[in-house]
Ligand binder design. Sequence first.
Ligand code: NDP
Ligand code: 8X3
Length: 252
Amino acid sequence: MAKIALITGATSGIGEATAHLFAREGYNLVLTGRRLDRLDKLAAQLNKKHNIEVAVSSFDVRDRAQVIENLEALPAKWKKINVLINNAGLSQGLDPIDKGDLDDWDTMIDTNVKGLLYVTKIVSNWMIANGNGHIVNLGSIAGIDVYTNGNVYCATKHAVDALNKGMRLDLLPHGIKVTAIHPGAVETEFSNVRFKGDDARAKKVYDGFDPLVADDVAETIWFAVSRPKHVNINELVVMPTAQANGSTIFRK
Ligand code: NDP
Ligand code: 8X3
């Protein structure tokens, strides 16, 4: 029987690339995100190309009731999730702490921390019932270092780092592996979202160096998930080579 992966934030960027890669590897997929049109299109494409089964579940991870209602509504066979990829997340704004927008802060905390927790609570219980599982959390280099004006986004990704460690302690006894992937700059819709549709400003973030692409991160996720049963990748930091020096951080 094919394994099942649930990917949050599959409508774009890293989540979408990971859906393609796992489909190629023969996984059946549960794809989630708010933009249902994109989920439906991707599901049809992957089903046709790889002959896998795809379920689509559209909800806003910030809305606890929506998360519970939509995930619990999945038919029983889709609750045998082998791999959960907690990828949905975003940044909003790049301002000093005294100038930050309170709504932006709420959005980042509610999405990156609380949304990840709502999904994890439900799916980890399914995994415990099934006696196996692997949870991959998308952290960030922003969850390891803090950069100027990154304040609240960095705090949410530091929280993901702590939750990744906490989940591992709590879930390993149930046979569930837990991994964090911490990428540096990846050119996706991330900066368009951060700068609220200002595409010129978003593009500038990646001027003058080769950022990662979403496939680089998808391959890193696949590496962690495809290790044998006795190997747990606790965390991996994957950086654009131009940014790998640590002190050379590009945030424009
Ligand atoms: P994208 O903006 O391309 O994708 C973000 C995904 O998250 C979309 O599918 C979006 O779906 C989903 N999402 C955002 N908010 C919500 C919400 N409230 N409810 C449900 N889904 C939501 O960015 P990336 O692919 O780059 O980002 C993926 C993850 O990787 C994030 O956690 C990000 O923090 C992390 N990351 C990104 C890096 C980068 O440089 N790009 C580097 C390090 C980590 P929809 O809008 O349809 O709901
Ligand atoms: C996204 C990478 O460095 O822009 O998490 O914060 S960074």
